[in-house]
Design a binder for this molecule. Structure first.
Ligand code: KIV
Ligand code: ZN
Length: 524
């Protein structure tokens, strides 16, 4: 059998660093369960030293997903649960505290090695870096048998010094050496040469697994990751949908499908259940609000669509003419609708699950009510409608503010005026009227007057979910809190709303984002 490549998923750590990808604890757990079910080897669950919320989320994932009985996982062993730590004793202690209850805990510590970072960011000499790596890895190893070390900005580091640092990390007990292309700077041939140099020249390298971690600033993250694997790396660090800092990380689904589709070429395998890729991708979109572009490889809406006549003709004659992988191999078969007003809760639940939405009982009830209301107006509900409704349904155990009424007056004369009725978390009903430059502005001002959370609306977009005059309107917003949280960030929160009335959809979207801001604030 071909050698195995470990899939290390960092959606919940590096992925969460995407602007607007901030997730609540229960959302992180939901993603971790889905990622574990997918069959990944390692889940990097977060950065426990960053905040109390991050620590608690990592600890819960270590217990619930990394415990000896891992929910719904096909493979017998639970995944390794990893926590990130800067190369300091305090961070490393905190990371271990968070993952210690996992059956397979891992500490991942890192320190930059490029002269650029040493001079301008760390203000450390090379000798000091070597010393810090030795101390940090030794300390991590005294707590945990599985320790990963990353030389941050490895691809812009002097290779000789990089080798020296990695040798020190191995001697101090690191079991995985990860090589990050932190700023997405490298190219496939250059990165392949770097990895093969590490695999052949670093003293003691045979005792460790070499890993690759590529960012997508120049659109080469997947190509660079594959080049690293071809050169001898045996772990790939990736995120679902490629989310992550700036242009993102290498996309899990792209690497996994490249290795599966070109198995003979690469000669390595992964343990991923590829038929779950589409649903995990949708779940992440549902939770973060970060949409996948339609032309995105593997999980984009058009990844298996054939538009031109010549291609359609070829497809009808033989699928392999224009298809290198089957949609069902990634779980993307296009089941068009299906459900109507007589469909029951079970049918709805199973359809939602196949679309990637695993909702708690309360949220499922809410989707059912809204689905039935739409089915009263429309004969058929499509997958896209269901997706939009589920996306705009609160995943929080308790919604903070709830929209219970909305009335808007607008037109060619007079000031657009909105009257909004909201129920607050204590059950008190508030009614407020406001005017604005347009109807949405008026609605948002009325909501702001009631909720009173200092924030800035960064983005507002509206689209029709399906074609036709009776289409659902889907509104997405991004809101930034005006106050920094404990980790010093002004986090960005997304909100989705869907309704046949776009003003109701707009109100729901804004309220969802403000609720998330309030919920996160109250947890820190
Ligand atoms: O990109 C990077 O350098 C990282 C490290 C912490 C591994 O994410
Ligand atoms: Zn990274």
């Amino acid at each position: 059998m071909e050698p195995a490549v470990r899939i290390f998923d960092t959606t919940l750590r590096d992925g969460e660093q995407s602007p607007g990808a901030t997730m609540t604890g229960p959302e992180k757990l939901e993603i971790a369960v889905a990622i574990a079910r997918l069959g990944v080897d390692v889940i990097e669950a977060g950065f426990p030293a960053a905040s109390l919320g991050d620590f608690a989320a990592v600890q819960t994932i270590a217990r619930e997903v990394g415990g000896s009985v891992s929910r719904g996982r096909k493979r017998d062993a639970p995944p390794t649960i990893c926590a990130l730590a800067r190369a300091t004793t305090a961070d490393i202690d905190r990371a271990f505290e968070a993952v210690r209850e996992a059956a397979h805990p891992r500490i991942h510590t890192f320190l930059a090695t490029s002269d650029l970072h040493l001079r301008h960011k760390l203000r450390m000499t090379r000798a000091e870096v070597l010393d810090r790596v030795r101390v940090a890895v030794t300390h991590a190893r005294s707590l945990c048998a599985d320790v990963e070390f990353s030389p941050e900005d490895a691809t812009r580091s002097d290779p000789e010094f990089l080798h020296e640092v990695l040798a020190v990390a191995i001697a101090a007990g690191a079991t995985t050496l990860n090589v990050p292309d932190t700023v997405g700077f490298t190219t496939p041939d250059e990165f392949g040469a770097l990895i093969s140099g590490i695999c052949t020249r670093v003293p003691g390298i045979e005792k460790a697994i070499v890993s690759v971690h590529c960012h997508d600033d120049l659109g080469m993250a997947t190509a660079n990751t594959l080049a690293g694997l071809a050169a001898g790396a045996r772990q790939a660090e990736v995120t679902i949908n490629g989310i992550g800092e700036r242009a993102g990380n290498c996309a899990l689904e792209e690497v996994v499908m490249a290795l599966a589709t070109r198995a003979k070429h690469f000669g390595v395998r992964t343990e991923i259940d590829t038929t779950q890729l589409a649903s995990v991708s949708r779940l992440l979109t549902a939770i973060t609000g970060i949409a996948v572009p339609p032309n995105k490889a593997v999980v984009g809406a058009n990844a298996f669509a054939h538009e031109s006549g010549i291609h359609q003709d070829g497809m009808l004659k033989h699928e392999e003419t224009y298809e290198i992988m089957r949609p069902e191999s990634v779980g993307a078969q296009q089941t068009r609708l299906v459900l109507g007003k007589h469909s029951g809760k079970h049918a709805l639940k199973s359809r939602l699950e196949s679309l990637g939405h695993r909702l708690a009982e309360g949220a499922l009830e809410e989707v059912l009510i809204r689905f039935k209301a739409l089915a009263e107006k429309r004969r058929e509900i499509t997958d896209a409608d269901l997706d939009a409704i589920a996306l705009s349904t609160s995943r929080e155990p308790e919604a903070l503010y709830e929209l219970t009424g909305l009335q808007v007056a607008c037109g060619t004369t007079g000031m657009p005026t909105a009257t909004v009725r909201l129920r607050d978390p204590g059950g008190v009903v508030h009614v407020h009227a406001a005017v604005g430059t347009g109807p949405v502005h008026a609605v948002y001002r009325a909501i702001e007057e009631i909720v009173q959370v200092p924030s800035t609306l960064l983005e507002f977009s509206v689209r029709a979910v399906t074609s036709g005059i009776d289409a659902l309107g889907e509104v997405s917003v991004r809101v930034q809190g005006d106050r920094a949280d404990r980790s010093g960030r002004n986090s960005i929160f997304h909100g989705h709303g869907a309704d046949t009335d776009v003003l109701v959809a707009s109100a729901r979207a804004y309220l969802a984002a403000l609720n998330r801001l309030l919920a996160t604030g109250s947890r820190q």
